[in-house]
Design a protein around this ligand. Structure first.
Ligand code: ATP
Ligand code: MG
Length: 417
C-alpha cells in the first residue's frame, strides 16, 4: 500500500453488518504488485510468533514496541519504536497497516480506539478493556452464564470492611496489570487482607475465594467478524509459582463432558463480546468431592486473554492450523475452519531459571530426542521467571510423548510433572 494513501475507513462492523467483513482488511493478501501489511501492538514473543505466521502467508508486518530489541520487532518488516500511546507512532502504524491486532492485554485501550478510527482493529478496544479489568471481566462472565470463583471488588476501605468472611482464605488480585501471578497476595485473615491491600497501595482489587483445584485448563477460540467461531482442543495446564509450566493436549487429558462445557463457555464468552480475534479462556476444575465443587458445579472460569496464549503454543507443531494463523485469519478477514490436532502434544515452558550463567541449556541433547520442537524468542538476557522459549513434544502416541517430555524436562532441569 502506498504510504500516501488516504486513510481507509472501517473498523469492527456494527452488529449484524453484511458479510463478508467490509473493512479494508477483508480477505486482502499481498500480491505481486501490492504489499498488504498487518500490524501488531507489542513486540513480545506472542507478537513474534504472529509475525512469523503472517509472513508465512505472504503478509508484510509492522510492530509497535518501544524496545529496539523486542522479540517481534527484530523479525518484522517494520518496527515502530515509540511508546504505545504516542500519537505519531500510532498514526505511522495506521498508515502502514490494513489491520492491527494486539499481543498483550495491557495495551492502552485508548490507543486501540485511536487506531480503530481509521483501521480494522481486532480484537476491538471494548473486549480488550474488559479483559484488562478483573472486575469487569467477571461481570461479563456472569452475564454469559458462566460460573466464576466467589469474589468481592475492593476499591474503598468500606468495601474492604464488608468483605464476606467466607471469601477467606482467598487471593487478593489487583484488578488490572497482573500477569504470571504478579499483583497477587494469598491471605487467610482479615488482618492479612488489610495489610495485603496496603501493600498493593490500595489500588482497585478483587478478592477471590481460594478454591480447591483439581486441575487447570484453557480453551482458545477464534471468532471471525461473521460470527464463525472455531476452537483448539482444550489444554490441560500446570502452573508453578503462578506461571504456566506445562501444557498437555491429547485425547483423554480431560473428561469429555468437561471439555464440552469448557468449549461452550469459551464460545459464549467470545460471542457475548461480539469478539473478533483469538481469545483464550482459562478455567479451574475443582476437586470433585469438595464443597466448592458441589456449590459451583465443578468448572469455574478464571480469566481471559484477548490474544493467543502461552497454553496454545503447542498448536504450532501439533495442529493443522496454529493459534497464530487463526489470529492472522481473523485479522485479515480470511475464512476460519475448525483446526485439527494431528499429534498428541506436551509443551514445556523454558524459563530463564534453567539458563546457565553463560551459554544455553543443553539443547543438543534435547533435540536428539525425536519429536522435540524448540522455539526460542530471541531474548538477550535470561532472568528468573522470564519466558525465554518453549519446547513442544509431539509423537505417535501419548505414552511416547509423555516419555520424551519427561526425559527432556530432566535434561533441562525442569521439575518432573
Ligand atoms: P496469567 O499469567 O495467566 O495472566 P495471572 O497473574 O493473571 O496469570 P491468575 O490466572 O489469576 O494470574 O492466577 C495464577 C494462578 O494462581 C492460577 O493459574 C492458579 O494456579 C492460581 N489461582 C488463581 N486464583 C485462584 C483461586 N481463586 N483459587 C485457587 N488458585 C488460584
Ligand atoms: Mg492466568
Amino acid at each position: 500500500m502506498s504510504p500516501h494513501a488516504p486513510p481507509l475507513h472501517g473498523s469492527l462492523p456494527p452488529q449484524g453488518a453484511d458479510l463478508p467483513w467490509g473493512g479494508p482488511a477483508a480477505g486482502r493478501m499481498s500480491s505481486a504488485n501490492a504489499e498488504v501489511t498487518l500490524g501488531v501492538m507489542g513486540g513480545g514473543q506472542l507478537g513474534r510468533m504472529f509475525v512469523h505466521a503472517a509472513q508465512r502467508m505472504g503478509y508484510f508486518t509492522a510492530v509497535l514496541d518501544p524496545d529496539p530489541l523486542s522479540p517481534a520487532g527484530r523479525v518484522s518488516h517494520h518496527h515502530i519504536q515509540t511508546a504505545y500511546t504516542d500519537p505519531q507512532g500510532l498514526a505511522q502504524l495506521a498508515q502502514r497497516c490494513v489491520a492491527i491486532t494486539t499481543e498483550f492485554e495491557n495495551v492502552p485501550a485508548q490507543a486501540l480506539a485511536q487506531l480503530a478510527q481509521t483501521r480494522t482493529v481486532a480484537p476491538g478496544a471494548n473486549g480488550v478493556a474488559i479483559a484488562q479489568d478483573r472486575a469487569r471481566e467477571k461481570s461479563h462472565f456472569e452475564s454469559c452464564g458462566v460460573t466464576v470463583a466467589p469474589y468481592a471488588v475492593i476499591e474503598t476501605p468500606v468495601q474492604l470492611a464488608v468483605v464476606p468472611e467466607d471469601l477467606l482464605p482467598g487471593i487478593l488480585k489487583t484488578a488490572s496489570m497482573g500477569y504470571d501471578g504478579k499483583g497477587q497476595v494469598r491471605v487467610t485473615t482479615r488482618a492479612e487482607l488489610a495489610s495485603a491491600w496496603d501493600g498493593l497501595k490500595q489500588v482497585p482489587c478483587v478478592l477471590e475465594k481460594m478454591l480447591p483445584l483439581q486441575l487447570e485448563c484453557s480453551v482458545i477460540v477464534a471468532r471471525g467478524a461473521d460470527g464463525t467461531c472455531v476452537n483448539l482442543p482444550v489444554q490441560r495446564n500446570l502452573h508453578r509459582d503462578g506461571i504456566l509450566a506445562v501444557t498437555e493436549v491429547y485425547e483423554g487429558n480431560l473428561p469429555p463432558a468437561l471439555v464440552e462445557r469448557a468449549v461452550a463457555a469459551a464460545k459464549s464468552i467470545a460471542s457475548g463480546l461480539q469478539y473478533v480475534g483469538v481469545l483464550c479462556v482459562e478455567f479451574f476444575v475443582l476437586e470433585p468431592d469438595s464443597p466448592a465443587a458441589q456449590a459451583l458445579g465443578g468448572l469455574v472460569v478464571n480469566e481471559m486473554a484477548p490474544r493467543p496464549h502461552n497454553s496454545g503454543h503447542y498448536s504450532m507443531d501439533a495442529c493443522d492450523v496454529s493459534q497464530f494463523e487463526l489470529q492472522v485469519r481473523t485479522l485479515a478477514g480470511l475464512p476460519l475452519t475448525q483446526p485439527r490436532q494431528h499429534s498428541p502434544a506436551i509443551m514445556l515452558n523454558l524459563l530463564g531459571d534453567i539458563w546457565p550463567d553463560a551459554g544455553t541449556p543443553d539443547f543438543q541433547s534435547v533435540l536428539a530426542l525425536p519429536g522435540t520442537h524448540l522455539h526460542l524468542y530471541g531474548k538477550a538476557r535470561a532472568s528468573k521467571g522470564r519466558k525465554m522459549g518453549h519446547l513442544t513434544v509431539t509423537g505417535a502416541t501419548v505414552e511416547q510423548v509423555r516419555a520424551t517430555a519427561v526425559q527432556a524436562a530432566g535434561l533441562l532441569g525442569i521439575a518432573a510433572f
